[in-house]
Unconditional design. Sequence first.
Length: 258
Amino acid sequence: MLLCIDCGNTNTVFSIWDGEKFLCTFRTSTHHARTSDAYFTWFSTLLNHHRIEPDITDVIISSTVPRVVFNLRVFSDQYYGVRPYVVGKPDCLLPQQPRVDQGTTVGPDRIVNAAGAFDRHGGNLIVVDFGTATTFDVAGRDGAYVGGVIAPGVNLSLEALHMAAAALPHVDITKPQRVVGTNTVACMQSGIFWGYIGLIKEICARIKEERDQDMKIIATGGLAPLFAQTEDLFDVIEPDLTMHGLTVIHKYNKENDN
Ligand SMILES: Nc1ncnc2c1ncn2[C@@H]1O[C@H](COP(=O)(O)OP(=O)(O)O)[C@@H](O)[C@H]1O
Ligand SMILES: CC(C)(COP(=O)(O)O)[C@@H](O)C(=O)NCCC(=O)O
Ligand SMILES: [K+]
């Protein structure tokens, strides 16, 4: 069985793939100081709770936080005797090489999103990923990551208002009833919600225009359904897209004897 680990700047997600389906998905906050033993304590407790006894033979990791990779490698080695594939490292093969400026680093989550989306939908698409940052990851006709857009994440934007302005409270995002808010919280929610609707529409339209092609738009991340409520922004919403991409890259490595 394959353990897929997707480590974002806010949350780290573990999923076990049995070759046909994901058996379970567990989420914890990302902390670079978490030790291999702490990962195991957390993970094995949840597995016991759900009465899952996996036979983990392979591990693949995507991490947007470089510092956590060391402890995840130790975790994989100590507890499963497995050398993990780490997306973005030279010893993890990619089905398609990213086509970006020389010397630039691409977030591994974005490469994984492009691979996962290409596997399900073919080439020429935009993945909108609502994470700590909101990213637009563009995959070309052959499925390669060819670039994209990085915008501040939804919660990050709300937090920034709260941090910088003494009179603005911490608020959670929801769809406001009206555009014109009649209290502080409603005003802030309106700014972020409708601002994001505009941002998503404008960026996707401009990407399509720039590439002179119609492109499928796939959304992932917890907040995708919230924005899809109002308008037809996405062709499809796939919460497990990054995890699926990890299984695709793992399969590619196996098929190529890596
Ligand atoms: N279902 C959800 N509802 C509301 N907020 C969410 C949901 N899922 C994620 N978020 C928020 O989106 C932000 C990023 O989430 P996540 O996808 O875990 O980011 P990352 O992959 O960068 O770690 C967090 O601030 C989190 O609170
Ligand atoms: C853009 C990101 C911060 C998004 O990370 P996330 O929101 O998933 O935590 C991450 O993909 C990253 O650090 N990228 C490196 C720069 C790039 O992709 O061009
Ligand atoms: K992400």
